[in-house]
Design a binder for this molecule. Sequence first.
Ligand SMILES: [Zn+2]
Length: 295
Amino acid sequence: MGSSERVHRFIAEDGSLRAAALCAPHIVSQMQAIANMSPLATIAGGRCLLGAALLASRQKDDRLSVQFAGNGPIGRIYCESAYDGKTRVSMENPGVDLPLKNGSFDVSGALGIGLLTVTQIAKMHSQSYKGTVIIKTGEIGEDIAFFLQQSFQIPSIVALGVHLDKNAQVNAAGGVLIELMPGHKEEDVLRLEQNVAKSRGISDLLLQGASADDLVKEFTGDKVIKKIDAAEPLIYSCHCSKERVEKSLVLLGDKEVQALIDQPDMAEIRCDFCGQTYHLSNDDLQMLLSDTSVH
Ligand SMILES: [Zn+2]
């Protein structure tokens, strides 16, 4: 099931635009289960995951992170995605709940005011790119489009949708990124805007069984679009380890480590990305203490 979920890439025959699209309910529901996410957290985290996967598909060998750090109740959302399909998500408050706003999940309210940071890490040479913009609407798709405009001067459409059934299970999730290429004409921008204006909501399209091709068509209209290829299958993958957990504890400092030693039970640290639990004995922790006290 998961293996069929991947980003498909397209290009217009006249070279005016390129697109990437995916339908990926399985990986979004995997994310939901790992962190036991509330419905609102699933919508926000899912859109973030889909957006990061679309961005990561733009450049070969890319690995990137997308971080929404706002002052809303969901806290920080952090998502990593790589060209090879490996993806993981963490958020500060996966239990977040807010009243519906105009009948929809209040993703914007959950995020609040703050910053969107995209960090690209090229695999071969460790040169990385980091761009930060304000969270413009808090709807995630529009924020990623704003980032592409501000950081790369690329006009784009980013539509992301996650839909839940009445039992809060993910029954549709997908997204599309359409970017105008250098040399595009003014009428290409106009036509794209017209298509966006008359498009049905992406969640409705997905619920009706739209494929990646259908999502692209919805926004490109009668333009002739060729499918180029598809990226590697998306997999929810975490590279945490006991060593990494210990390193992060050292960063927290002596006081935090001592507090863990003082508690009666064995220290239990849970990875926010994948839910893996690491047990640290008092001996392990003492070692960390002597590490920190060196400084
Ligand atoms: Zn992990």
